[in-house]
Ligand binder design. Structure first.
Ligand SMILES: [Cu+2]
Length: 450
C-alpha cells in the first residue's frame, strides 16, 4: 500500500472514530450502556467514509480505536476533565454457540465485560455497582495507580457488598493493553473480565490500519447444565470474546493494510495462538509497548494466564486465514452435554454408535446442520475411528453475518472452539462487506434460527 493510500485509510478511520466513537454524546446514544453489540456499520475505527470526505473539524485521535468483535465498548461521559464510566457487575446469559447459552457473570449485560478505551494521561472515574449475589471488587490489571484503587478485597478496600456502589478514580499515565477483573478467583472463572485499553499520547509507529482485541476464556459446563463449573480443571467450551467458533465474528483486513491484534488470557490454561499465512511480531505485552529492537518474526505466540500479547503484521496475502489456539482440545468444543457420552474413545467404537450419538445431538440442535466430510467404507474396522469424523457441523446460515459474506460453503464445519479468522480482502470484497454492515442488522435477523 502506498503511503498516500495508507494515509487515506488512516484519515478516514479517524474521521469515523470522531463521528461514531469518541464524541461522547453520540457515543452514549449509539452504544447502549448495557453492552449491546454495536450496530453494524457503526463500529469505530474501520468506518470508512464514502468518497473519502474529510472533515477537519472532527477531533483527531492519535490512535485508531480498538475493535473487540462480539463485545461492545463502554461509553463514557465527561465531568469536567474526568472521563466517567458506569460499570455494573451482574449475572449474564451468554450465548456462546447457536445452541448453547450459559449463565455467566459479567458486566453491563456482557461477558466479557464491555471494552474501556482511554487516552494516556486521562483522568478516569469508574462508578461501579455490584448487582451480584455476593461481594466483589474491581482490579485494574497492570495499571500503576494508588493502592486505594487497586481493587483487592480487604487489602486495598472493603469488598463491595451486593447492591452497593464503589467509585474508582485514577489518572492513567501508561499506554497499553490492560484489563479489569474481579479480584476473586471463582468470579474470574465465571467471566468477570474486560479490556482496558490506554491509547498512547503519541501514536505507535508504524501505524496500523486495523486494531482488534480478543479475550480468551474457557468454560466447564457440565452435561445438561448452563452454569460453568468454576472448580473444574478441564474445559469443554473455549471462547474468543465470549463466543465459540463458528460464532466468532471474523476479523476483516484490507489487503495491504497493517493489522494489530491484542490478545489477552484470563483462565486456567495458557494458549498458543497461531496465525496462518503470515508472520507477526510481538509489539507489546500487558506491560505496554515493546521496543522495536525486541521484535522478531513468529506466527504462534504463547499467551499465559493474566498476560496480554500485542502482535502486528502486514496483511499481504489475500484469503481467509485462521487464527486460533493451537492446543488440540481448544480447537474444538467437546459438546459432551449434548452427546451424553464421549464420542472419542480409546476403546473400539462403531460407526453405528457414533451416528446414534450424533442423532441425539441433531435432535438437540434446533436448526439444520450438516456433517459434510465423507468417511471410508471400512472406517469402523480401523482402530481409533472416529476421531474428527462427525464432530464437524456445518451451520453457515445460522452464524451468517456481514463478516461471513463470501466464505466457501460449509466453512463453519471447519471452525470450532477458540478460533476465528482474519479475512484479508481485496478492496472490492472488503468494500462489499462494509456496505453490508452499513445496511444494518435488520437484514440479518430473520435468518437466525433461534
Ligand atoms: Cu488454548
Amino acid at each position: 500500500m502506498s503511503e498516500s493510500r495508507r494515509a487515506f485509510f488512516y484519515d478516514a478511520a479517524i474521521l469515523g472514530a470522531g463521528l461514531f466513537g469518541w464524541g461522547k454524546d453520540l457515543q452514549a446514544r449509539r452504544y447502549g450502556i448495557r453492552g449491546e453489540p454495536r450496530a453494524p456499520g457503526t463500529e469505530r475505527g474501520n468506518t470508512l467514509v464514502a468518497g473519502g470526505e474529510k472533515k477537519s473539524a472532527q477531533p483527531r485521535m492519535s490512535s485508531l480505536p480498538v475493535l473487540t468483535p462480539d463485545v461492545a465498548d463502554l461509553p463514557h461521559e465527561m465531568d469536567g476533565g474526568v472521563k466517567v464510566f458506569h460499570l455494573a457487575g451482574e449475572p449474564v446469559k451468554r450465548k456462546i454457540a447457536p445452541f448453547k447459552t450459559i449463565d455467566a457473570w459479567g458486566y453491563n449485560g456482557s461477558c466479557p465485560g464491555p471494552t474501556i478505551q482511554v487516552q494516556q494521561g486521562d483522568r478516569v472515574r469508574v462508578v461501579f455497582e455490584n448487582r451480584l449475589p455476593e461481594s466483589t471488587s474491581l482490579h485494574w490489571h497492570g495499571l500503576e495507580i494508588p493502592i486505594e484503587q487497586d481493587g483487592v478485597p480487604y487489602i486495598s478496600q472493603k469488598p463491595v457488598a451486593p447492591g452497593e456502589k464503589y467509585v474508582y478514580e485514577f489518572t492513567v499515565h501508561q499506554e497499553g493493553t490492560f484489563f479489569y477483573h474481579a479480584h476473586s478467583a471463582m468470579q474470574e472463572m465465571m467471566g468477570q473480565i474486560g479490556f482496558f485499553v490506554a491509547h498512547p499520547a503519541k501514536d505507535y509507529q508504524p501505524r496500523v490500519d486495523h486494531d482488534y482485541g480478543l479475550i480468551l476464556q474457557e468454560w466447564a459446563v457440565l452435561p445438561s447444565n448452563s452454569v460453568p463449573n468454576t472448580a473444574a480443571m478441564e474445559f469443554n467450551w473455549l471462547t474468543f470474546n465470549g463466543v465459540s467458533a463458528p460464532m466468532t465474528t471474523p476479523l476483516l483486513a484490507r489487503l495491504g493494510s497493517r493489522v494489530r491484534l491484542r490478545i489477552l488470557n484470563l483462565g486456567m490454561d495458557h494458549h498458543p495462538v497461531h496465525l496462518h499465512g503470515h508472520q507477526f511480531v510481538v509489539t507489546g505485552t500487558e506491560g505496554g509497548r515493546a521496543p522495536e529492537s525486541t521484535w522478531f518474526p513468529m506466527n504462534t505466540v504463547l499467551i499465559g494466564v493474566a498476560q496480554a500479547r500485542v502482535v502486528e503484521f502486514d496483511a499481504k496475502y489475500p484469503g481467509n486465514w485462521m487464527i486460533h489456539c493451537h492446543l488440540p482440545h481448544h480447537m474444538m468444543n467437546s459438546m459432551m452435554d449434548l452427546l451424553r457420552d464421549r464420542q472419542i474413545q480409546t476403546t473400539d467404537q462403531t460407526e453405528a454408535k457414533a451416528l446414534s450419538q450424533m442423532e441425539s445431538l441433531a435432535k438437540s440442535v434446533p436448526f439444520q446442520h450438516v456433517h459434510p466430510s465423507p468417511i471410508a467404507s471400512n472406517a469402523e474396522s480401523v482402530p481409533g475411528f472416529p476421531q474428527d469424523a462427525f464432530t464437524e457441523m456445518g451451520m453457515d446460515e445460522v452464524v451468517e453475518k456481514p463478516e461471513t459474506y463470501g466464505l466457501p460453503k460449509n466453512w463453519s464445519a471447519g471452525m470450532m472452539g477458540m478460533m476465528t479468522m482474519v479475512r484479508v480482502l481485496p478492496d472490492k470484497e472488503y468494500d462489499a462487506i462494509m456496505s453490508k454492515k452499513t445496511a444494518g442488522p435488520s437484514a440479518q435477523e430473520g435468518r437466525h434460527h433461534e
